[in-house]
Ligand binder design. Sequence first.
Ligand SMILES: [Cu+2]
Length: 268
Amino acid sequence: MNIQTMLGRLMAVAALLFIAISCESTDNNNPDLDLIPVNSVTVDGYTVSLESPKEIEIGANHLYWKIKQGDNTITPQSFTITPIMEMATMSHSTPFDQPAPDPLDDSYLSNLAVFIMPSGEMGNWTINFEFTTQNDATITGEMPLDVNSSWKIMNTQDDTGKKYFITWYEPQRPMSGNNDLTFLIHTRESMMYFPAVSDAELVIYPYMDMGGGSGHSTPFTPPVATGNGFYEGDINYSMSGLWTTTVELVVANDTLPEVVFEYSVIAK
Ligand SMILES: [Cu+2]
């Protein structure tokens, strides 16, 4: 987490305290987390709801889980998930963390999931979940999930065929001027295990094609590893419009085939 994100979280906590003091807040959605409902499933009288700040798409997603028995939010002893994509000839998972009590609102369990493929003709996503209630009851269920396309994830591989997933984590909405620039790197150890890679190097090159054979780059600080697969730098877009960013991943002194992110930068 970088300084800006931390400041943002602190400010959100301050805003939350202010709201708690200044009004009788009812249950329902937390305005500071600003979540939209994604799906919910009821099993044995327990309703498991999934919310997220945005529609679920390939690339990074923050998932917020709430478990209710009737109108009461319950705190399970444990809650684990397994995202699975069922495809014609095989099934696979995706890079994800297990949910933990959310630091901003502990009525939610939250986690990061990086979806590597969109839902569609190729296959469907389901999140299998299991939780243990305070009465030691174990409840299992499954939640179908629609994963939309996006430009925010690409993959490459080394010459043994080992796959690496490069996720554009931020800016989610690139704007002219300065932006935090954060990537996430994962690899595929098996169809069910996609660990974070924290010891790679990223070589990036942002470019704007101005047409007629001319174009230009823009000032940036190369992203460096900060742990858990995160690589943080920044970028200062000199113009709005269509940009590309080429990313070369260097793993164990081996430079893997480059990937190119293509996206719009909006005027501030
Ligand atoms: Cu798939």
